[in-house]
Design a protein around this ligand. Structure first.
Ligand code: SF4
Length: 548
């Protein structure tokens, strides 16, 4: 009889699935892969972006969370009004740690507020559009913002409130009041029940921001090597660190989607020379649309991990092909790596050989494996909450992905070239030369190719599977979110939150890598995990004989 530790990954999977009713087991089987090596994985596909099984205790959130919380939340000068009962706005109030730097004391920053129409029974019965109009008017009167965004929650779609009509009507009305102050007002039909997860909310946010804001301003700002950073949300100051590095290299950040961003940045995104995509899942739609409309190529980058940061900087420099930039990037890397290497020399002997599991969102379960590699640690299990097959298997599978009934109601925008501003940033010849040198445009290879044989890849993991994995495989660290944290730590395994960073960070870039190394060393080598069992449970009771 093999011990629990000696179970093969296939046996682990079997052990976990056998508890389920047949129908559930059949479905989970398709979302639960054992990595059988690179060749075998070429022919295997994972089921992802499908409806969660009711009652299974998923990690997932809703479409509203993906739209308002993730994409629009980090932008400081848009008043974001949640149209719905108070819960949705309240629970998403400052709970994502997307930081911002309003740069001047009088600069607009509405991120500390929670704006809600606070719908009641009356609004459900008679409709909430009047209340929404009043809320928009009040927000305008109080703040005179550059833009107001309206986010629909579950009941809004069910009772038939037309949020887009209110947005149009109020935009016209308010812009007529004061022609010197233009306000843009737009709405998102991101009701929580749409799609199957946060992912639908990303798509809806991408569509609306592209329709109503991106391209509004086509004047190129000052600065060389103009890039947009897409899908980087400044959690724990990640974007600040990336901005510091780009600045040091002499690369100009034109706009960020959407860590530490402003409305104006979204508006002028169409003038950049290159789009760099960090979180592929949440923002690839905008990257594709900008390429079609204005001819801006996009590349996948990763600023999580010191080596990945260096690789991404080199990629950007190679794209521009300017010797001065290439040399400067090398200087910056050499300078920054000194501290990285010194920290690793201290930490790595204590972390080498340890194991990690990562079940997070739609990109971090992949990106953070680079940091663990740098620490000499192995990622033995990973998966996403809401990613699609292309985030697991690479974009090559996109043509084969079948959109099921649950996601069919998410609109696909049809984008065409902008005749006035379309401008391919590179000639065909230049693109071919870059590709011959190994450059990949519009490409993301996904999580699976970076994982080792005999690891587990699990989509939309749930509470039961998490507990069972920990019990059987005993990783040295588990990465997930706040809902999992305390349940996992009660099992004696440290949990590193890769959504809110346990209030730490930044973890991006070179300084972020150093922060992460120190944090992981502290977590996996803490003595506290050895105190979980009382001494009298480990040792047999002492016995003594009375000698009279
Ligand atoms: S599922 Fe519906 S009610 Fe819940 S947070 Fe999302 S929008 Fe609000």
């Amino acid at each position: 009889m093999p011990t629990k530790k000696a179970m093969t990954p296939a046996e682990v999977k079997e052990e976990i699935l056998k508890r389920y009713p047949t129908k559930v087991a059949r479905k989970r089987d398709k979302q639960f892969l054992v990595h059988e090596g690179p060749e075998a994985m070429q022919t295997k596909d994972i089921q992802a972006n499908v409806r969660t099984i009711p009652g299974i205790i998923t990690q997932r959130g809703c479409t509203y969370a993906g739209c308002k919380g993730v994409i629009l939340g980090p932008t400081r000068d848009i008043v974001n009004i949640t149209h719905g009962p108070i819960g949705c706005g309240f629970y998403s109030w400052l709970t994502r740690r997307n930081q911002t730097d309003a740069s001047a004391p009088d600069a607009a920053n509405y991120m500390t507020y929670c704006f809600s129409t606070d719908m009641t029974e009356h609004d459900i019965v008679f409709g909430g559009m009047n209340k929404l109009r009043q809320a928009v008017q009040e927000a305008y009167d109080l703040f005179k913002p550059r833009a107001i965004a309206i986010f629909s929650t579950c009941p809004v779609g069910l009772i038939g409130d037309d949020v887009h009509a209110v947005a149009r009507e109020m935009k016209e009305k308010l812009n007529a009041i004061d022609p010197n102050h233009k306000v843009n007002i737009f709405a998102f039909s991101c009701e929580g029940y749409k799609g199957v997860s946060q992912s639908a909310g990303h798509h809806i946010a991408n569509n609306q921001i592209f329709t109503h804001v991106v391209g509004e301003e086509m004047k190129r700002p000052e600065g060389k090597y103009l890039i947009n950073m897409l899908g980087e949300y400044n959690i724990g100051g990640d974007a600040f660190e990336i901005e510091r590095i780009l600045d040091k290299c002499g690369i100009t950040l034109n706009s960020s989607f959407s860590g530490n961003s402003t409305y104006e940045q979204f508006a002028r995104a169409g003038v950049a020379d290159l789009n760099c995509v960090m979180c592929h899942r949440s923002i690839n739609y905008v990257a594709d649309m900008m390429e079609t409309k204005w001819g801006i190529p996009w590349i996948k980058v990763n600023f999580i991990g010191a080596k990945s940061t260096a690789k991404s900087l080199r990629k950007i420099a190679q794209y521009f092909g300017d010797k001065q930039l290439i040399d400067r990037v090398e200087e910056v890397i050499a300078e920054e790596m000194k501290n990285v290497d010194a920290t690793l020399a201290d930490v790595k002997p204590r972390t080498t050989g340890k194991t990690a599991m990562l079940f997070v969102g739609g990109s971090r379960a992949h990106h953070y494996q680079d940091l663990f590699k740098e620490l000499g640690m192995r990622s033995i299990g990973a998966g996403y909450e809401f990613a699609h097959r292309d985030d697991y298997e690479g974009r090559r599978v996109i043509p084969d992905i079948k959109v099921d009934a649950d996601s069919r109601n998410i609109e696909e925008l049809h984008i065409e070239q902008d005749p006035a501003n379309y401008n391919p940033r590179k000639t065909d010849e230049e693109l071919k030369q870059l590709e011959a040198a190994g450059f990949e445009f519009k490409e993301y290879a996904g999580l699976i190719p970076d994982m080792d044989k005999d690891t587990l890849i699990i989509d939309d993991i749930n509470s039961w599977e998490t507990e069972k994995l920990i019990e059987i495989m005993k990783p040295d660290i588990f990465c997930a979110g706040i809902k999992e944290k305390y349940a996992v730590e009660k099992l004696g395994v440290p949990l590193k939150q890769l959504h809110n960073y346990d209030m730490g960070g930044p973890y991006a870039g070179f300084k972020g890598a150093v922060n992460y190394y120190l944090e992981i060393d502290r977590l996996v080598n803490s003595k506290i995990w050895s105190y979980l069992e009382a001494p009298w449970d480990k040792e047999p009771e002492l016995s003594a004989t009375y000698v009279g």
